[in-house]
Design a protein around this ligand. Structure first.
Ligand SMILES: *Cc1c(COP(=O)(O)O)cnc(C)c1O
Length: 418
């Protein structure tokens, strides 16, 4: 006898509140439309007590509790595996939660984590805060020098963070050499793959022959997979079941989950991610090239532009072989400029304030172009001789017409810098 054998029985529900809950209509299992259904659940019903006792949370063969997955989140996880070339995926409430979950899952007291100096800033504050409190040490390495990374790896090194390119200053590292080095030393690698997004290069197959890849890819789905500037979410993708299980256990113990409507929003945006990514890439390169001709701009930091820090490494990983649509290689729609040091902070602020289409705001990957001025001296622990003197301003290119964006930049440059 199972509960299903005697369910539904509307005669047991004689009063309205009960009838509203135990109604006989069952939605058809085989309803077919372009988008998957939004399944919202904390509670998941079991057929009988035995099924409840045998609940299997280790894989996707059944459902146990909303926090451990629903058809909606499992569908999103599978599609993100396809996007990044992974086999297992965990969803978390933000990109930063993906970073924190990986570090908390894989590091123990006495371990050391190595972090690139140009990493997404909150990765550093996590290391300086919670990780330090737990007795986990960290070092910041030079992302432009593989020898510096090699020199910092010790028997205590348990995890190496990678980012290609780094946040804000956009240096593209020699990712292949970095991963190869960590492989040789037996150190786990985790790439913040928010920029590449699964489209610029294959994080688990850097050489295209299946022989070399990162161990973990953390991704802020907030950016390109969402594409709307309206969802916060992160993913942790792996190609190794034991490694996945270590992170999954921490993920479960920490009680991390995502809302069904947010998962649905990302599922709805994923089919257009490549179109959006390539359109924003095309517009960003056009604007970056134009800005490099402007007298107030001392340097343009875009890895696809010749002369930019790490351009050759970008070319090796994301270059011609991956190109398409008339562009040389693949890049995201993100770049920075260094405003010449002859202009002070006031003039740079005036420039940003006078932009009309570019809005002042963090994050990227959405329809609206964004601008942020940065105070680099507060962000880097080592010298940056590859950067010209001046103030760094980062642009995230949205989906507006690039001609309108260029006109907006031109009027603000003229107002601020003459
Ligand atoms: C935005 C971002 C994150 C964090 O994502 P949130 O969802 O905003 O927490 C992590 N890494 C990189 C490189 C990012 O750009």
């Amino acid at each position: 006898m199972t509960q299903a054998d005697h369910r539904p029985d509307p005669s047991c529900a004689s009063r309205l509140p009960t009838q509203l809950i135990h109604h006989p209509y069952q939605p058809p299992q085989d309803f077919a439309g372009p988008q998957p259904a939004v399944h919202k659940a904390s509670t998941v019903f079991f057929e009988n007590v035995q099924a409840m006792r045998e609940r299997r949370w280790l894989d996707k063969s059944s459902y146990t509790y909303g926090l451990h997955g629903t058809p909606t989140t499992y569908t999103l996880e599978e599609r993100l595996c396809a996007l990044e070339g992974g086999l297992q995926c965990l969803l978390v409430p933000s990109g930063l939660a993906a970073i924190a979950t990986v570090s908390l899952a894989l590091l123990r007291t006495g371990d050391e984590v190595l972090i690139p100096d140009n990493v997404y800033g909150p990765n550093k504050t996590l290391a300086e805060g919670e990780l330090a409190h737990f007795g986990i040490t960290h070092q910041y390495y030079d992302p432009t020098d593989v020898a510096d990374l090699a020199a910092r790896i010790t028997p205590a090194t348990r995890l190496v963070w990678l980012e290609a390119p780094g946040s804000v200053t956009m240096e593209f590292p020699d990712l292949i050499a970095q991963v190869r080095l960590c492989r040789e030393k037996g150190v786990t690698t985790v790439l913040d793959n928010t920029w590449g997004a699964g489209l610029a290069f294959r994080p688990f197959d850097l050489l295209g022959d299946g022989s070399l890849g990162v161990d973990v890819s953390a991704h802020a789905l907030t950016k390109y997979p969402s594409g709307g500037g309206d969802v916060l979410m992160g993913s942790i993708v792996t190609r190794n079941q034991p490694l996945h299980m270590r992170i999954k256990l921490a993920h479960m113990r920490l009680g991390l989950g995502v809302g069904a409507n947010d998962a649905e929003a990302v599922l709805r945006s994923l089919p257009s991610i490549a179109l959006r990514y390539h359109a924003q890439d095309r517009a960003a390169r056009q604007l970056a090239r134009w800005l490099s001709t402007q007298s107030a701009v001392a340097q343009v930091l875009h890895p696809a532009l010749p002369g930019a820090p790490g351009h050759a490494h970008w070319q090796q990983l994301c270059g011609a072989s991956r190109g398409g649509e008339g562009l040389e290689g693949v890049a995201a729609g993100l770049f920075s400029v260094v405003i010449d040091a002859r202009f002070g902070q006031d003039a740079v602020d005036r420039f940003c304030d006078h932009l009309r289409l570019f809005r002042l705001g963090y994050s990227w990957g959405g329809p609206v172009s964004l601008v942020v001025p940065y105070e680099l001296s507060e962000m880097r622990s080592r010298a940056t001789p590859h950067l010209r003197a001046g103030t760094v301003v980062r642009f995230a290119i949205g989906l507006e017409d690039p001609a309108d964006l260029q006109a907006d930049l031109a009027q603000a440059l003229h107002t601020a810098f003459g």
